[in-house]
Design a protein around this ligand. Structure first.
Ligand code: PLP
Length: 400
């Protein structure tokens, strides 16, 4: 990246282009004392802090600095930092899984990296080499490997984060940033609730809107949902089913993508989810769910427990509350579930709407046949028990 000093009009010394993020510069300083590992029973999602963190800073003069893995601890930031005022903050959620063979694997991590880059771009944070971030995350997971629980359904949740650190109050893009990642061991998100989660359908406050930012993983999308969520729990519902528009379209369930499974007259199955119109977060579990259902119908894989000749037709389209009510009244809903990295597949038991509950079919263990087949297949791919495309990526690169 040579820059011609003459054409830049600088006489004493050419300005350097800000440095790219370089994973080979990684510096590792290990904690002197390691923390005791929690027992699987005492894990509460997102509360356990591990021994180390990954961190690298960007400034407009030098670009990306030296990436570091260092003992877990607080950040020290100027109170004027952009992240505290205007929220140019983005994040990802991914997991590392240890399979029966003892290998640690990531699930479609390039997709998380692409989405992180799109999120950063949306709030005008500096760009970065997504391959370098993935390489750094792999090194970080190797360092924290002992924190990956090995029980089935358990994993190490990974939270890459980028925050704007420009220390000035002017309302514009942050030209400085801090990229860091933390990890936390995670158990099955919803424990043994065979009834499924209860949803309150809410349309008077909305999570996202056309032309807004709901299609990106930005920190600022979540805080406005906290108050409606608290009101929903006071009424006895676990999560909000976010609606949008006069026709009360389903958008998402809490911070999960939503699916409705319906029986057809011809015996086939419809798998319906809202299309990506900018108000829906393009979930990697959502995309994988659609792809696996299509692969089952094409005979490329068989979803565990789903007959090979059962055709699943996928639909990305508008789904309204009146359609859900009609399908439920006609006994055509087989199941309804939310999907996302944290939960994988979470069954929905009932939906509160207009003062009444729509009760959905009860299945043994919570999930219906399609949700269970998808969940089992995804778990098998994540833990390396089953190969599908190149979705499962080892943490330790073969070329080391
Ligand atoms: C992260 C997230 C999802 C799920 O995305 P995955 O890539 O499947 O984890 C769905 N909806 C919202 C609002 C999210 O933030």
């Amino acid at each position: 990246m040579a820059i011609d000093s003459k054409t830049n009009g600088h006489s004493n010394g050419a300005p350097k282009a800000p440095a790219e993020l370089d994973a080979s510069k990684l510096v590792i300083s290990l904690a002197k004392e390691l923390k005791p590992l929690p027992t699987p029973e005492e894990l509460v999602f997102g509360e356990t802090k591990t021994d180390h963190m990954l961190i690298v800073n960007y400034d407009p003069v030098n670009g990306w600095g030296t990436p570091e893995i260092k003992p877990y601890g607080p950040l020290s930031l100027d109170p004027m930092s952009s992240c505290f005022h205007y929220c140019p903050n983005v994040f990802e959620g991914m997991k590392a899984y240890v399979g029966p063979d003892g290998e640690a694997r990531l699930f479609r991590p390039e997709e998380n990296m692409k989405r992180l880059a799109r999120s950063a771009d949306r709030v005008a944070l500096p760009p970065f080499d997504t391959k370098a971030v993935l390489e750094l995350l792999k090194r970080f997971i190797e360092v924290e490997q002992r924190w990956i629980p090995t029980q089935p359904g358990y994993s190490l949740y990974i939270r890459p984060t980028i925050i704007g650190t420009r220390s000035a109050l002017g309302v514009h893009a942050s030209d400085s940033a801090c990229l860091y990642a933390i990890v936390t061991p995670a158990g099955p998100y919803f424990r043994g609730d065979a009834k499924g989660i209860s949803l309150l359908a809410v349309g008077e406050s909305v999570r996202a809107w056309p032309g807004g930012t709901g299609g990106h993983k930005l920190g600022l999308n979540y805080a406005p949902g906290f108050l409606p969520q608290r009101l929903a729990s006071k009424q006895g519902y676990d999560q909000i089913l976010w609606l949008f528009g006069e026709d009360e379209r389903l958008t998402e369930v809490g911070a999960m993508n939503v699916f409705v499974v319906a029986k057809r007259e011809d015996g086939d199955i419809d798998l319906i989810t809202p299309h990506l119109d900018g108000t829906i977060l393009p979930g990697i579990t959502r995309a994988s769910t659609l792809q696996l259902a299509q692969a089952h119908t094409a005979g490329k894989i068989i979803l565990p427990g789903v007959p090979a000749n059962t055709k699943i037709h996928t639909h990305e389209r508008v789904v309204t509350m009146s359609e859900v009510l009609r399908l439920a009244d006609d006994q055509r809903i087989l199941e309804c579930f939310g999907v996302g990295t944290a939960v994988l597949v979470a069954p929905v038991g009932r939906i509160g709407w207009r003062g009444k509950d729509i009760n959905l079919p009860v299945h043994k263990g919570g999930l219906g046949p399609i949700g269970n087949g998808l969940r089992t297949a995804i778990l098998e791919i994540q833990t390396g028990v089953r190969q599908f495309e190149d979705w499962s990526v080892p943490v330790v690169s073969v070329d080391l």
